[in-house]
Design a binder for this molecule. Structure first.
Ligand SMILES: *[C@@H]1O[C@H](CO)[C@@H](O)[C@H](O)[C@H]1NC(C)=O
Ligand SMILES: *[C@@H]1O[C@H](CO)[C@@H](O)[C@H](O)[C@H]1NC(C)=O
Length: 242
């Protein structure tokens, strides 16, 4: 290779990587906002913690069927195969439109389902807000993946996550560890509260809380329990606080 050829090659490499970088912002609009292994291992960790019997992966895009979405669909199917075939966890992929049309009346037949929102885009948010109005929020366990710049308060500003609901949000910290918080409201008008639920990273795997739901929420927001205990008719908590 002559010097000239070498430089031309370098230049070409540079140009192509610049073009590549240029395309990146579009690529990040991909349905999957985390690498597979993060989705797979984090979801698996949560699944094992709650002993869910099935997983629904919500992607929130109604455009998937059109050809521009084929590659995306590939990615989703890979994820589903990982769970169904290799981990033997029943897993389906859908968006909330399909969920409403096909599953609305029967979702109670699924025992202890884990509902995963794979991203936090506008489209999935809008669909989810409307689903949250009719679904029994506390029936499934929820897990939402957030991009670094999204605030969960914003994503959930129009959603009532009741006190007895397990709704987890996962977001990366600067080290790449996924920080999992669970969020809820004491009442419809209450602000969104959050607590540290656990963490995941590739070196340590998944770590969840040692205490159960009510123990944890009781510990930090003790004086609120009275309100909730009356709602839930939990005599133990009532005696404790009233
Ligand atoms: C997990 O679920 C299975 C099937 O429903 C059940 O048999 C098992 O006892 C559960 N395990 C735990 C630890 O809750
Ligand atoms: C990975 O997670 C563990 C907790 O499970 C944490 O102690 C550790 O610092 C994390 N590692 C990195 C590189 O952030």
């Amino acid at each position: 290779m002559t010097n000239f050829q070498f430089h031309t090659t370098l230049l070409l490499l540079c140009v192509s990587s610049c073009v590549y970088l240029d395309i990146l912002p579009v690529e990040t609009e991909s349905i999957l906002i985390r690498p597979y292994y993060v989705y797979k291992n984090l979801i698996k960790g949560v699944h094992d913690y709650f002993n869910n019997t099935c997983i629904i992966l919500f992607h929130g895009s109604s455009k998937l069927i059109e050809d521009e979405g084929l590659q995306e669909m590939d990615g989703l199917l890979t994820l589903q195969t990982q769970f169904s075939k290799y981990l033997h966890i029943r897993t389906v992929i859908m968006d909330f439109h399909m969920f409403k049309n096909r599953v609305e009346k029967t979702y109670h037949h699924i025992k202890r389902p884990l509902f995963v929102l794979l991203n936090d885009f506008k489209e999935i948010r809008e669909q989810f807000v409307s689903v949250s109005k009719w679904i029994t929020m506390a029936y499934p366990t929820w897990l939402l993946f957030l991009r670094d710049e999204t605030r969960f308060e914003e994503f959930l500003s129009d959603v009532y996550v009741p006190f007895d609901c397990v709704f987890m949000v996962a977001q990366r910290d600067s080290q790449g560890t996924e920080i999992i918080q669970d969020v809820y409201r004491i009442g419809k008008e209450d602000y969104l509260r959050s607590m540290m639920f656990g963490m995941w990273n590739s070196s340590h795997g998944f770590q969840g809380p040692l205490l159960g739901l009510y123990q944890r929420r009781h510990d930090l927001h003790g004086h609120n329990i009275r309100v909730v205990a009356i709602n839930l008719h939990q005599p133990l908590l009532q005696i404790d606080k009233s």
